[in-house]
Design a protein around this ligand. Structure first.
Ligand SMILES: Cc1cc2nc3c(=O)[nH]c(=O)nc-3n(C[C@H](O)[C@H](O)[C@H](O)COP(=O)(O)OP(=O)(O)OC[C@H]3O[C@@H](n4cnc5c(N)ncnc54)[C@H](O)[C@@H]3O)c2cc1C
Length: 413
């Protein structure tokens, strides 16, 4: 039966897109979006890029605006987080004491950034919310070197934005080779080259022992091996923690996220779904539960859940190929598929009319597992389709040959 009232907890891309997809699918009942932040819902990817660099502001990244709330007939409760859930009475409890009843509930509470335990709080920043990006930008404009802790995508984007603001930047990573955790050594080396070509120092095997704040407001990052880095700003990009504390007494299955089935429905709880960064969903491709912190995943699951709420007789599983992008120094780095640590990687240099582009093709036992492209959206779109039809690695190589005028194998690992 289609519900009369859908409540969405989490007012960012996953939550807002769910509400919009419900309306687009013809849902005429009540929709309420509950958000912990008082700020109007906004999109997060620009925070470490255009917002930090000063190219976009809060209005540019707004997801709804006044017209959006009214046009989609959405009710909002912003600034009072959900603190508990009763699946028996079908109610969400808010911090201000309100109880919100639902017929269907969509959990889209995302994740929050991990940080360092330090007393140098003025100096040390993370980037997850708009206010983080605004404070970080102000701090970086104050001058001094920027030390980024963690060689992941957000850290890399912050370093690129720091360079755009004219700052000296360094990335420190505890692994011997930065950027290898997700991408492997061949692509990690390419990323390192890209950053170094813009003057960023990339330090591998560099664990942070402590951050010292000096009396003039600047600081020193002390590495475990005794090296010391002067810092005007320290930015920490060492991963995230799912926002599930409010569900601890709800009885929902939690395990580094909210467990769902392949339809994004939470087992054992009637009419409860979880999507986006907070959801650990069942992946029918390999029979495991996984949590993915990618924008496109949140949007696709939002559409999927809206469909599954509206058409309970035609439930659809989440089977889209994973897709992620990152913008650094004007270069779009894109990934489609799923990389495992022991994948074979063929690094290719492809000539297209616009110039030379690097592509990394990942495979396992002859089966295509993922691709990473540097500045070549057309190739990644083709690779994403290939992943969805379980193409072989040879088919993907042929496809790339067909898109380029010349392909040179750089290395295979
Ligand atoms: C700086 C940055 C850059 C990024 N860049 C990229 C990129 O280039 N490409 C890409 O693919 N992905 C990128 N991502 C990831 C992408 O933004 C996320 O995958 C996406 O935002 C996930 O959406 P979500 O709605 O699931 O969760 P979130 O965006 O985390 O939103 C969850 C919302 O729920 C709210 N909330 C939390 N707890 C409660 C509660 N108890 N009650 C009510 N509300 C609550 C939070 O305040 C938050 O607004 C980036 C993320 C960040 C932070």
């Amino acid at each position: 039966m289609t519900p009369d009232r859908v409540v969405v907890v989490g007012a960012s891309i996953g939550g807002v897109r769910t509400a919009q997809a419900l309306r687009a699918g013809g849902f005429g009942g009540d929709i309420m979006i509950i958000g912990a932040e008082l700020t109007e819902p906004y999109d997060k990817p620009p925070l470490s890029k255009q917002v930090l660099a000063g190219e976009q502001n809060a209005d540019d990244i707004a997801l709804l605006g006044a017209a959006g709330w009214a046009g989609e007939r959405l009710d909002g409760r912003l600034g009072s987080p959900a603190v508990d859930l009763d699946t028996e009475s079908k109610e969400v409890l808010l911090a201000d004491g309100q109880r919100i009843g639902y017929d269907a509930l969509v959990i889209a509470t995302g994740v929050r950034a991990r940080t360092l335990t330090t007393e140098a709080n003025q100096l040390v920043h993370t980037v997850r919310e708009l206010r983080d990006a605004t404070a970080l930008r102000q701090r970086m404009l104050g001058g001094g070197p920027v030390v980024v802790v963690g060689g992941g995508f957000i850290g890399a984007e912050v370093a690129a934005s720091a360079v755009a603001l004219g700052a000296q930047a360094a990335i420190v990573e505890s692994l011997p080779t930065p950027f290898t955790r997700v991408l492997g050594p061949a692509v990690g080396a390419l990323m390192t080259e890209l950053h170094e070509s813009f003057g960023v120092s990339v330090l591998g095997g560099a664990a942070v022992a402590r951050v010292e704040q000096l009396t003039d407001g600047t600081g020193i990052v002390h590495l475990a091996d005794g090296r010391r880095l002067a810092a005007g700003t320290v930015v920490v990009g060492i991963g995230c923690v799912p926002n599930t504390e409010w569900l601890h007494s709800s009885g929902l299955p939690l395990d580094d996220g909210v467990i769902t089935d392949q339809h994004c429905a939470v087992p054992g709880a009637e009419d409860v779904y979880a999507i986006g960064d907070v959801a650990r969903w069942y992946d029918v491709h390999d029979g495991t539960h996984r949590r993915v912190e990618h924008w496109t995943n949140a949007v696709e699951q939002a559409h999927l859940v809206a469909h599954n709420i509206l058409a309970p007789g035609d439930l659809r599983p989440h089977t889209k190929a994973p897709y992620f992008w990152s913008d650094q120094y004007g270069m779009k780095i894109q990934m489609a598929g799923r990389i495992e640590a022991d994948d074979r990687v063929d690094l290719l240099r492809c000539t297209i009319p616009a110039g030379d582009r690097h592509v990394a093709v990942y495979s396992r036992h002859g089966k295509f597992s993922a691709a990473v492209t540097f500045g070549w959206p057309r190739a990644i779109a083709a690779c994403r389709r290939s992943w969805e039809r379980a193409a072989t690695v040879d088919e993907v190589h042929q496809q790339i040959q067909g898109l380029a005028t010349k392909v040179t194998a750089v290395e295979t690992r």
